[in-house]
Design a protein around this ligand. Sequence first.
Ligand code: GLU
Length: 291
Amino acid sequence: MTLLTFRFAPSPNGELHLGHAYSALLNQKLAKATGGRLLLRIEDIDTTRCTPEFEAAILSDLKWLGLDWEEPVRRQSQHFAEYQTMLDRLIREELVYPAFMSRGDIRAFIADTEKRGRHWPRDPDGVPHYPAQDKTLPTKERKRRIAENAPFAWRLDVEAAMARTGKPLAWTEFADETLVAMRLVEARPQDWGDVIVARREIPTSYHLAVVVDDALQGISHVVRGQDLFSATGVQRLLQEILGLPQPSYFHHRLVLGPDGRKLSKSLGDSGLAAQREAGVQPDEIRRMVGF
Ligand code: GLU
């Protein structure tokens, strides 16, 4: 029988907070309970916001918490060549296109459209969808702009990708952490519009790196926060067009701050480092997050 494989995948662009502690400990608990493996992945593709100092602090906090993972740790920044291979495939298959509009361009375009009374779609995080016009730019014009060093991002042509799969997509979601009852959830990548899959300077994005790594690391169970639930639809579509295996998912509850809001990276007291310094013990952290 193949072992179940879990992962905890923090981004070193800030300190860990109680929400991360819950996610890491839950993955560990499930790996132990099922006799499975626990892997750690450092999601550091954003080389402007991720730092070695944050990474060192994360590893230290996780060790202090009592997390034990298999070595080696996978660092996404060391695997750009693998993401590039997948990106090249998407480019060849014309499932991505270079998108040249800056944030300002997008804002102005949408403001103009909405002024004329037309509703503009927003993604589940409230971000406006990318306008369609770059999708139809003639190849010559694309080449000209790229040769002139215009900044751009590779965006997934969601409509084309969905048409290519030719069938509705769904993923398996467990009902709770016993990982027994499950249901199929319809993947709705179209709710996100044409998401970024890579940038001019970095041959990947969060979505692309996650599906490639989950496949390469043989992840069978993705256990992560509820905030990533609907993004799973985009990842499911990428898995399908890249021919990657699909893990099962459990999106767990979020640990909320005292004000009832989602914890953020600008932490205050909910940061693990602050708790440690204040003399809080790992067992207390476990209790605080509900173990
Ligand atoms: N790196 C992501 C984060 O820290 C998590 C990605 C995932 O679990 O799929 O929010």
